[in-house]
Design a binder for this molecule. Structure first.
Ligand SMILES: [Zn+2]
Length: 301
């Protein structure tokens, strides 16, 4: 069995809200309850949305809850050479092709009948270009995105919370046409490089997991285990967001709540504490076991 080292990988594009913090808490509990390492990685490839102040602010908020991490915090923006190497390795296997489609073209093509491809799949327009058409697009000056050629592969895995999941893999983008490496590529390369054995993250990322497992296999990387934990919801049943009001540690402090109060609220929301109970992160490690996540998933159904 691989080591259960875990991680939390936020994007420094805003203040962490309670939903992000609960996912971080669960990932931390998962690792610490198994005496495993817990790493933090900043997913900062979307440079248009990243703001320098959020790196420190997010780490500060984790520390305020009593969550600690091992080793230096890795920034994806420092690791572009690794992602370039992965794209080269895929290209050497013939698993990469250039795509010049605009968003509008993809929308239009995806809505036309294209055989057995599920809705939302890239229909492979640029895979079927003739040599002359490809040459014309290259000469056109608009830089291409790079997509993998996945041939609608099917991937099945067993998630520790959700159970068995099967998904098809589309020809997803690994490098955008502005040169930025895509999330799916960077995650796979980094989780392997950092020795992550168990990826604990929000259920909103479940759909991207078949792609990532497929990509890891193509790159010859070990596959981590996965646990997709339920997202925190607002009073209206929708995914927790800024519009729900006091959703950050700073918002809560303004209402007179300490970080420990917030930790108690997060713990109570996953059945690890009684409502209003004061608990420390260390006490939660004693109470937590990975099997609890299954209970959590059942509660979320
Ligand atoms: Zn295309």
């Amino acid at each position: 069995m691989s080591s259960p080292d875990g991680r939390f990988a936020p994007s420094p594009t805003g203040t962490l809200h309670l939903g992000n913090l609960r996912t971080a808490l669960l990932a931390w509990l998962f690792a610490r309850s198994q005496d495993a390492r817990f790493l933090v990685r900043m997913e900062d490839l979307d440079t248009g949305r990243v703001r320098e102040r959020f790196y420190d602010e997010q780490l500060h908020d984790l520390a305020m809850l009593g969550l600690d991490w091992d080793g230096p915090v890795v920034r994806q923006s420092d690791r572009l050479e690794r992602y370039a190497g992965a794209v080269e390795a895929l290209a050497a296997q013939g698993a990469i092709y250039e795509c010049w489609c605009t968003r509008a073209e993809i929308r239009e093509a995806a809505s036309a009948p294209h055989g057995p491809l599920p809705e939302g799949f890239y229909p492979g327009t640029c895979l079927r270009l003739t040599a002359a058409e490809r040459a014309a697009r290259r000469a056109g000056g608009r830089p291409p995105a790079l997509r993998v050629r996945a041939d609608a592969a099917s991937v099945t895995f067993t998630d520790r919370v959700v159970g068995e999941v099967t998904g098809l893999v589309d020809d997803f983008v690994v490098r955008r046409n502005d040169g930025a490496y895509a999330y799916n590529l960077a995650v796979v390369v980094d989780d392997a490089a950092q020795g992550i054995g168990e990826v604990v993250r929000g259920a909103d990322l479940l759909d991207s997991t078949p792609r990532q497992l497929w990509l890891g296999a193509r790159l010859g990387l070990p596959a981590p285990a996965h646990a997709h934990v339920p997202l925190m919801l607002g009073d209206d049943g929708a995914r927790l967001a800024k519009r729900h009001g006091a959703v950050t540690l700073a918002d809560r402090a303004a209402l007179g709540e300490t970080p420990q109060d917030v930790l108690g609220t997060l713990a109570a929301s996953v059945g690890l504490a009684e409502p209003g109970e004061r608990v420390s992160a260390a006490e939660l490690v004693e109470r937590f076991s990975p099997a609890r996540l299954t209970t959590l998933a059942e509660a979320a159904r």
